[in-house]
Design a protein around this ligand. Structure first.
Ligand code: GRF
Length: 226
């Protein structure tokens, strides 16, 4: 079964690209039915077009409040046949209208080890704080910022004196691994939320061999193809 998803973006869309790439090699069982950007002209829209994926710009500036913006987003997603929503660098809070339309089926990627450093510029916050481990998190979305139950996290060493950009690049490389994996678990209906805990039910894939990854810790472990 292939899960029809919608991807919401605001920028470069490198996480969108990671999803497209896994989809095109046949390890990610989704079809991206719609890409919506709240910012016009961003590179992510070009990426969608390059792969023949329907996309639309819906600027939040054209709507009086969050609820009316979310309603139009839901309408476009529903019209496209979407059953789950993936926030891939979507720099806006989603409200109850959208969450109610896709209950338990909205995922977000955040470039920090939540609950540390929610919100904007997480990589800069981590570098400035002087953490020794930084990383990224894929979680279910709820009504609070970067808050819902955590599906998967990956940690990388943060080097003293390292620029936030260099740290951010190493985090981003892992985002591109853990995000498609989490979306695949959703597509396989293997995620069970028990309060704040997410259980990943066993599947049929073997675990990935890790020799192509830089020093990092990923948990739950990635499976073959991710
Ligand atoms: C990523 O770091 C993501 O975690 C954050 O915004 C950034 C988006 O990057 N939410 P991209 O648009 O996927 O390249």
């Amino acid at each position: 079964m292939t899960l029809p998803i919608g991807v919401l973006i605001s920028g470069s869309g490198s996480n969108l690209q990671a999803l497209i790439d896994r989809m095109e090699v046949g390890v990610l069982d989704v079809t991206i039915q719609a890409v919506i950007s709240n910012v016009p002209g961003v590179k992510g829209l070009e990426r969608a077009a390059n792969h023949g994926i329907f996309s639309q710009t819906l600027s939040h500036r054209n709507y009086p409040d969050r609820a009316s913006y979310d309603r139009i987003v839901v309408r476009v997603l529903r019209d496209a046949g979407v059953q789950a929503v993936v926030l891939a660098g979507f720099m806006r809070l989603v409200g109850p209208e959208l969450l109610a339309a896709f209950p338990g089926r909205v995922l977000n990627i955040h470039p920090a080890l939540l609950p540390s450093f929610p919100g904007l510029h997480a990589q800069e916050q981590a570098a400035a704080y002087g953490v020794r481990l930084a990383g990224c998190t894929v979680h279910f979305v709820d009504e609070e910022v970067d808050h819902g139950p955590i599906i998967i996290q990956a940690a990388v060493p943060a080097l003293p004196g390292e620029e936030a950009d260099a740290l951010g690049d190493r985090i981003l490389a892992l985002e591109h691994r853990i995000f498609p994996q989490a979306v695949q678990w959703l597509a396989e209906d293997r995620l069970e939320v028990q309060g704040r805990q997410v259980v990943v039910r066993p599947g049929e894939r073997l675990l990935a061999t890790r020799n192509d990854l830089p020093p990092c810790l990923v948990f739950p472990p990635l499976e073959e193809g991710f």
